[in-house]
Design a binder for this molecule. Structure first.
Ligand code: ZN
Ligand code: MN
Length: 449
């Protein structure tokens, strides 16, 4: 048997979390609300209803494009993608065709670059709910008109794992940019894979697999298609260009329809919306997960901790601690990954507990217990925090800490500078982590001075 090279391109749809829908003022809340409660003539596609563009959706897409170093169009237009389906009352989807908002972007994962062909913006359709007996279907239009960003990669992946890793990284990125929670189980992020196999340097006939609803399924569906296509070719058959559905319970792909080409959609410019000019200033500095990981490598954190620290929101804490000691930062990273309760704390609380633990030599269990107690005492914390949200006068708390921690204060004054952070941690603990940390530093410097 010749060796077959797998090639995969991904198409990922992500729902943007704007306040309102993309072409009308209805709330963008398709999940928690009563069916058909967030709808209007635009959502229903009633004759004469006119779309009005939501700038926030465009800004979010441009933000993503700039973060991924893509080429952002200076000007773009909308296109009608025509097809019939009961969840699409207009009979067309407003999307983008020849001039997407973003082209030629890329995603770096652990030093490896993956190319993105285009990122465009479009509207989501409604949702069909089929009755258990298969005799009737209901439609909910709350999702109709939710802004949807579509990310299309180059045929850039040669293993199922690489394709899965890309989807996971994309989820991290949109979460970092705060444009979508991208939960796959809620359908806020939906993956499709274009899969082919070949024994030459020419790409084989591609098969599109839809309805992949988890990261695990991305890997399984691609693996299944790879095996299926090789078996078909080895048996003397041909691969036909088609769309297949991933049946997760059965663990296989099932033929849906022979593949439509873009000509079948009869794209034409949307006459009810003007062209869009993109402002220069959208975007700004955002640290992507890859950049955070590179920073942790630089600090010298062990390889196996790097992904968990970034994924579990420990990055800021570790970097802050590294400013005074790399060893302590590595220790902090280990603790953050080992104690899941840390994930519920904000950066300041994390530092407080790490400082307490380091200073007292407490075991991880003791720290975890302490954190648990803190979380269950949330009510009390809220009361205390109210006080510290509205005051910058920390003189009595700082004075108490100086009195209680006489030895640490003496050591600090004798030149053990890192103890300053410990004292900050003590004051923060007194205020349940709610005081402004620079105000604490200022007051401590003043009283220790
Ligand atoms: Zn509406
Ligand atoms: Mn699409």
């Amino acid at each position: 048997m010749p060796s077959y090279l797998l090639t995969v391109g991904m198409e990922v749809h992500v729902e943007l979390e704007t306040k309102t829908k993309i072409f009308c003022g209805c709330p963008n809340d398709p999940f928690e609300s009563q069916p058909n409660s967030h709808v209007c003539p635009v959502c229903y596609g009633l004759p004469g209803a006119l779309p009005l563009l939501n700038q926030e959706a465009v800004a979010m897409t441009v933000k993503l494009g700039r973060a991924l170093k893509g080429v952002v169009a200076e000007e773009t237009f909308w296109a009608r993608k025509n097809y019939f389906y009961p969840d699409l009352p207009k009979g067309y989807q407003i999307s983008q065709s020849t001039k997407p908002l973003v082209e030629k972007a890329s995603v770096m994962i652990d030093g490896e670059s993956h190319l993105i062909n285009r990122i465009h913006l479009e509207e989501d359709a409604g949702k069909l709910i089929h009755s258990a007996d298969g005799k009737s279907s209901l439609v909910n239009f709350n999702r109709a008109g939710v802004p949807l960003v579509e990310i299309v990669t180059e045929p850039d992946f040669h293993t199922p794992e690489a394709a899965k890793r890309f989807c996971q990284e994309l989820q991290r990125i949109v979460r970092t940019l705060k444009i979508s929670a991208a939960d796959m189980e809620k359908g806020k992020m939906r993956c499709e894979a274009n899969i082919s196999v070949s024994t030459t340097d020419q790409l084989g006939v591609k098969v599109e697999v839809k309805n992949i609803n988890s990261f695990r399924a991305v890997e399984k569906a691609i693996k299944y298609e790879y095996d299926r296509q090789i078996a078909a070719l080895e048996a003397g058959g041909k691969i036909i260009q088609e769309t297949r559905n991933w049946d997760d319970p059965k663990g296989k792909t099932v033929a849906m329809r022979t593949k439509e080409t873009s000509a079948d959609y009869r794209y034409f410019p949307e006459p009810d919306l003007p062209t869009v000019e993109i402002a220069e200033e959208i975007g700004g500095e955002i640290q992507l997960p890859e950049e955070k990981r590179a920073k942790l490598v630089e600090i010298g954190l062990p390889k196996e901790l790097i992904h968990p620290i970034v994924d579990k929101n420990g990055f800021e804490t570790v970097v802050k601690i590294a400013e005074s000691s790399k060893e302590k930062a590595i220790e902090a990273g280990k603790t953050l990954v080992a104690i899941p309760e840390f994930l519920l704390l904000n950066e300041h609380d994390q530092i407080v507990f790490l400082a307490l633990r380091g200073a007292n030599g407490w075991s991880k269990e003791t720290s975890a217990e302490l954190i648990h107690k803190t979380i269950t005492e949330k009510q009390k914390i809220e009361e205390v925090s109210k006080k510290f949200e509205h005051t910058t006068d920390l003189s009595s708390e700082v004075a108490e800490v100086i009195k209680e921690q006489a030895k640490a204060v003496a050591d600090y004054k004798a030149g053990k500078e890192p103890l300053f952070n410990f004292l900050v941690g003590q004051v923060m603990a007194k205020t349940h982590g709610r005081a402004n940390i620079s105000a604490v530093r200022e007051e401590l410097t003043k009283q220790l001075g």
